[in-house]
Design a protein around this ligand. Structure first.
Ligand code: FPP
Length: 266
């Protein structure tokens, strides 16, 4: 019997994406484990070409698809997308409805590709606030992709960082009441277990499109040490090359987590 270990060949698309990333100057051995994205500028994109706002969101889905694919091919294991904030409920009902329909269509169309590529769908946020049909579509997509072990694609929906923290505090209090935890045992690590993001590492890289210098209530706890990269590019125009720019910039940063650098030069 041969003792050669069979290594699964990488699909052509993956090899090509990796080649382009290397050509763009990216070191594939130092990629972030978790990338989080505030997808902004859909409305402005639509306005700039005299289209209704929903056309901006529709065009934004193309960017979602491209970024999911590229992250997967680069073997980035966690990608979190801010798809609908708790504040987005204040938008006109027609825009909210259209966004929910786009989301359901996206889920329906992408399940097969997610399964083929070993991507698991997850969600963060107050999913119970979404229309029932959307909750069902999400449940189905989560179940269907549950075996995906190469990447966790998390959609933040009806999500707000402050509410997430308040909800986590309530869960921690409940755990103390039920004697699963003592007050003295609560520390940042234990507390993180009560957040929606309990199963993922904190984001290493936070990308925001459309040039706004804001965090907009996204992953407030989790981005404590994330590198932030903001581009003026509007989300519907965001493509692989922009992700590469963000990754390259990330690799040029010195991540010190509050320490001095390795040889104490700083
Ligand atoms: C912000 O742009 C974007 C959103 C509120 C929604 C993002 C949704 C998508 C990209 C499509 C659906 C997503 C998935 C995952 C299927 P904005 O409307 O605030 O833009 P503006 O600031 O230019 O008005």
């Amino acid at each position: 019997m041969s003792n050669v270990i069979a290594v699964e060949p990488q699909p052509v698309h993956q090899v090509e994406t990796m080649r382009r990333a290397k050509a763009a100057g990216i070191d594939l051995s130092r990629l972030p484990r978790h990338v989080a994205v505030i997808m902004d500028g859909n409305g402005r994109w639509a306005r700039s070409s005299n289209k209704p706002r929903i056309e901006g969101h529709r065009a934004g889905i193309k960017s979602v698809r491209e970024i999911v694919r590229t992250c997967r091919r680069l073997e980035i294991p966690f990608l979190t997308l801010y798809a609908f904030s708790a504040e987005n409920w204040k938008r006109p009902g027609s825009e909210i409805n259209a966004l929910m329909i786009l989301l359901c269509n996206f889920l329906r169309r992408e399940i097969r590709e997610m399964k083929e590529n070993n991507i698991r769908l997850g969600t963060i946020g107050r999913i119970h606030e979404l229309p029932f049909a959307v909750q069902k579509a999400l449940d189905y997509a989560r179940r269907e992709t549950a075996q995906g072990e190469k990447m966790l694609l998390s959609l933040a929906l009806s999500y707000g960082g402050r509410v997430e923290i308040v909800d986590a505090v309530k869960k921690a209090i409940q755990a103390v009441r039920e004697h699963q935890l003592t007050v003295d045992e609560i520390n940042p690590d234990r507390f993180s277990e009560f957040l929606d993001t309990a199963e993922m590492p904190d984001p290493d890289l936070l990308i925001r499109t459309s040039g706004e210098m804001r965090i907009s209530n996204f992953l407030l706890w989790q981005i404590a040490y994330a590198e932030i990269w903001i581009t003026p590019v509007l989300w519907p125009d965001f493509r692989e090359e922009h992700l590469f720019e963000a990754l390259k910039d990330f690799q040029s940063r010195q991540r010190r987590f509050g320490r001095v650098d390795i040889d104490g030069a700083i």
